[in-house]
Design a binder for this molecule. Structure first.
Ligand SMILES: [Zn+2]
Length: 160
């Protein structure tokens, strides 16, 4: 079931999130499925639970168009960052029409739990690293408007 996406400046995007506990509740299992439907339907590459109004540490990474099966990460955190940073244009489903350059570490190692509660570790320096950092920011209440140094589109929509 597709869920409505919360839009900036909805305070839920800044709210503190709770860790997911295991075994997964029926509610979290349903939320995971619904977030997968929502991100696919919005043609997004990632979605974090606060973006559908739920203050829990759950993100979906949707790089199906790059040949990577869609997956969920519970309680994801960046555990190490490479020295090299790169600047890429980013947008956000919660801040439609706004784009700008965000500087982030190219390579990161992420730890999270899978649906069984097993710890998984991902080291990446491609799209997974990029999208995961954006989504982990969401569960920590950080938005691209906090990070953009130079807007490419829509600055007037977020700057008063
Ligand atoms: Zn976003």
């Amino acid at each position: 079931m597709k869920l409505p996406i919360k839009k900036y400046p909805d305070p839920v995007l800044r709210a503190k999130t709770q860790p997911v506990v295991f075994p997964l509740s029926a509610e979290i299992q349903k939320l995971t499925k619904d977030m997968i439907d929502t991100v696919r339907s919005a043609d997004g590459i990632g979605l974090a639970a606060p973006q559908v109004g739920k203050s829990v540490k759950l993100v979906i990474i949707n790089l199906e168009k790059s040949g990577i099966p869609i997956f969920a990460l519970y309680n994801p955190r960046v555990v190490s960052k490479g020295f090299k940073k790169i600047e890429l244009e980013e947008g956000c489903l919660s801040i439609p029409g706004v784009y700008g350059y965000v500087r982030r570490p190219k390579k990161v190692t992420i730890k999270a739990e899978n649906h069984l509660g097993e710890t998984v570790q991902i080291t990446d320096e491609g799209w997974v690293a990029r999208v995961a950092q954006h989504e982990i920011d969401h569960i920590n209440g950080v938005l691209i408007t906090d990070l953009i140094k130079k807007y490419t589109k829509g600055e007037e929509l977020v700057k008063k």
